[in-house]
Design a protein around this ligand. Sequence first.
Ligand SMILES: Cc1ncc(COP(=O)(O)O)c(C=O)c1O
Length: 461
Amino acid sequence: MGIGTRNTARRREKKRILERFGSHISHGQMRYLRCAHLDMQEERRIGIKFVDKESGRTVIDAFTSAGCFNAGRGNPAIAAALARAAERYDMGTPGFLSRPKIEFAKRLAALCPGDLNRVHLAGSGADAIEAALKLALGATGRREVISTEKAYHGHSGFSLSANGKDYYKHLFQPLMPSFRFTRFNDLEGVRRMASRETAAIIIEPVQGEGGIHVAADEYVAGIRRLCDELGIVLIFDEIQTGFGRTGTLWASGHYDVVPDIMVVAKSISGGLYPNAAMVYRDDRRFTDFVDAHPDFHPTSGGGSDLACEVSSAVLDYITATRVWENAAAMGARFKEGLEDITRENPSIVKEVRGRGLMLGVEYKYEFIGALIADCLAKEDVWAAYSGNAPQVMRFQIPTTATAGEIDELLGKIRRAVKAMRPYLVFMLPMARIPILRRVFDNVHVQIAAFNWVRDIEELFA
Ligand SMILES: Cc1ncc(COP(=O)(O)O)c(C=O)c1O
């Protein structure tokens, strides 16, 4: 078969798969993936990369589902632990005694800061956030929760109520009425809002979806003091920042602060079998409540025996390899390279920020986030812009990345920025006109325009 015939057959197959995805899963998502050149199918998954089934191209996973693959894609040691566990266990009965659960909870507690040594297992990040907020409300008997603007804590009832972007919430109002929001890193704002009616203050030590904002030392220390003064429960959502991502095992390690509750998920699963946990202090407020209401937040699949065996293997892996040290070293190398790119492109890039391998590049305009995502996909890099701040491209590659892989990624980013330039020649001046900028920033316009470009590309392919 000639190359031309093979390419045509591949295109037909891709079209068929896209149509089926559209018919059976989501037409809207299919259009989004296609327009951004993200209509890939993950086949083999190795380290920081996966292979796209149709094209056979190797793609760098620079997003990792916002930090699910700290131990790398398809980590063989963790996959082997899952295979061994499947021979012996199934999910198990949620409330029953079981060696995998007890062993994992004990080991997780030993790695958590301070006296965070009580573990509630859950099915997903959002599920664990639900448990954390319910514990704070139940233990204090108060009803108010303070979250931050642009925060992201999940999509279930309480967690969505704590989400700081209206885009995700407006269709489902009214949500929890007593959830309030302050600006991230605004200690005075929290001080003004907090009172003895406040049950909990919830923050991400580095806001991920909000656009990679690192919590300042004084902010975290000030919130801790405020919580101690007013009897408020301090919750750290470490779902993205945990398991070595920011250069310490937990992001709280950058501060001299222990939260009352820490929530972890994503990389706890090794990217292989979902799991999540809410870890809370050995404090009478909490233990009395949980002892009196052991079923305050049960789930059928959360913290299953299979999941706990996998999570124990994750702990083995990350502590043996000390992934956080690599995240700190590779993060510094990557950040330096991104800063060079910023200096080379002052009209496009505004700032690089983040911690360890949780880095964000803020562009001058929101629409550049979509444009660069598309150019990166064409360079075989899967990177996503922040859901609650589209002008910020996030880079959260596995913490196992090598120096060579960082340099390879930097080369691709440089080429993607260069590929974007011809569009920006006319878009940047036009974006100074507010109405045009709003059109460029509109996600529906972007999807329609990029799909149209994709149609033209395919016509000439
Ligand atoms: C900071 C943060 N909290 C909570 C969640 C919700 O976790 P999950 O998607 O596992 O429900 C996410 C997911 O992206 C997250 O990034």
